[in-house]
Design a protein around this ligand. Sequence first.
Ligand SMILES: Nc1ncnc2c1ncn2[C@@H]1O[C@H](COP(=O)(O)OP(=O)(O)OP(=O)(O)O)[C@@H](O)[C@H]1O
Length: 223
Amino acid sequence: MTLVRCADASRTFGRGDQAVVAVHGCTCEVEDGARVAIMGSSGSGKSTLLHLMAGLELPTGGAVTWPDLGDSPVERSRDIAVVFQGPSLLPALTVAENVALAAVLTGTDEAEAGERAVVAMESVGVAGLADQLADTLSGGQSQRVAIARALALRPRLLLADEPTGQLDAETGGHVLDVLIAAAEESGAALVVTTHDAAVARRLAEHWQMNDGRLVVPTREGVA
Ligand SMILES: Nc1ncnc2c1ncn2[C@@H]1O[C@H](COP(=O)(O)OP(=O)(O)OP(=O)(O)O)[C@@H](O)[C@H]1O
């Protein structure tokens, strides 16, 4: 099953002299069960590629399709979850409300979303924080809650943008453990952007972004 396919996909921001080509003609696929690290230095285009895969950005060249998820944004919003780089929780809502919200907004009824939130919070170890306001959390706790929110969608494709980038090595290691365990338990494919080789080593496939160009190794070598 192919969850997302990028076929010569590009993304340019701005026009004329101001144009920045963030992603140049990338071709790649994420299959069910994949564990992918997209590596590259700051500004190499990792976040933009991840946003293209999520359908949050539209390609300005080539195509991004979701062969086994359906191409409608509504269908995709239930199957693809994104853990964003940096703070992404609503500060005035509790942890439990934050975790349930994405599921509610994508059409899950409130009772079901509440039950999923409980399961997701337990699986990432934040059930004890359920009634706490999001703006009282540490960076590591916030990232766990953001992962729980993604899991409450029960996604088939879990995309995490530098999920450990703002954390110290120990906290980042715990967050990564949680993310990988959650993907294993839920059966979701996992794609993580990172500039950290230690993070990439935890994942089976290593893709490299260099100045917006993607290199995807094959079993025989480099594509
Ligand atoms: N909305 C935008 N408007 C204009 N330029 C953008 C926009 N988003 C990204 N860029 C530019 O595209 C290039 C790639 O950015 P991107 O955030 O994808 O890289 P990255 O590898 O994820 O970097 P980092 O690791 O620092 O997050 C950069 O030059 C960036 O400035």
